[in-house]
Design a protein around this ligand. Structure first.
Ligand code: SAM
Length: 267
């Protein structure tokens, strides 16, 4: 990972990741069910926002969740313990230097991690090494280019573009969702299936207005405000107007749309 992870490791970001996971749990996790006794590697588990869903949906699977950040692992361990989950082991590890033997996991799960890596292809290659032949990899990523909303606003667009540019400056790619199929192919996986998962938000879905538009997406844009302005990617006034206009889409006459991509492939 690049040294300055664009969203950072703050308490606010941990809350955002958990809000996002809870809001999208059914949409993203409903078809990820691992059989009893299977060994699953969750790579880049962060503060454990997805780990809870993984573990609860597959209570008989043995899940090993790794992250490069010790602070996040500690938070994840605390969260999982409080949730009464017993089938997860946390381990400090770098995806690029995994401390596991070849072919030792039945399944690998990765969510919102490739977007932060300078070299996602090598990461997939390293994950493939520890996966058993015929084992599956599941990768979930967003794509900020998939975002559209009403009322439209060039300032909101500029603020989102500043987020994309910030992430790119940090070595990441927040448009990676559209690349999952080619990346998995290049990494040598087979039987790859990618399913777009669209979140559509309007006044009839108040839980998504709060949980997705405001607490997930706008919170993510707001999170890069200082970086984006300091790096000269956008003027302060334009950024703030853009964020205001994004909040406008969360009003009763506004709408907001975003697409995640979920890819599954076999080794
Ligand atoms: C946006 S967070 C996603 C966390 C979690 N998967 C989720 O969906 O909430 C990205 C995580 O990837 C981790 N990460 C980045 N590069 C890594 C690497 N080389 N090895 C292990 N973890 C890494 C970061 O520390 C961070 O916790």
């Amino acid at each position: 990972m690049s040294t300055s992870y664009v969203h950072g490791y703050s308490e606010k970001e941990a809350t955002r990741l958990c809000d996002q996971a809870e809001t999208l749990m059914e949409m993203l996790h409903r078809d990820t069910l691992y059989p009893s006794g299977s060994k699953v590697l969750e790579a880049g588990c962060g503060v454990g926002a997805q780990t809870i869903a993984l573990a609860k949906n597959s209570p008989e699977a043995a899940i090993t969740s790794v992250d490069i950040s010790l602070t996040s692992l500690r938070a994840a361990s605390h969260r999982i313990g409080a949730g009464g989950v017993r089938n997860v082991t946390f381990q400090h590890a770098d995806i690029f230097d995994l401390p596991f033997e070849d072919d030792c996991f039945d399944h690998v799960f990765v969510c919102y991690v490739l977007e932060h890596l300078e070299d996602p292809l090598t990461a997939l290659d390293r994950l493939k090494r520890v996966l058993k032949p015929d084992g599956s990899i599941t990768v979930i990523e967003g794509d900020h280019g998939s975002c559209f909303f009403h009322p439209g606003s060039i300032f909101a667009r500029k603020a989102i573009e500043a987020l994309v540019a910030c992430q790119a400056k940090n070595g990441g790619n927040s448009l990676v969702g559209r690349e999952l199929s080619p990346l998995l192919h290049m990494a040598g996986f087979r039987d790859i299936r990618v399913s777009p998962r669209m979140v559509y938000v309007d006044v009839s879905r108040p839980e998504l207005v709060e949980g997705f538009t405001k607490k997930t997406f706008i919170a993510m844009v707001e999170g890069v405000r200082d970086q984006a302005i300091a790096q000269g990617l956008i003027a302060e006034g334009e950024f703030d107007r853009g964020v205001n206009d994004l909040y406008r889409t969360a009003q009763p006459d506004g709408t907001f749309c975003y697409t995640f991509f979920k890819a599954v492939g076999l080794k």
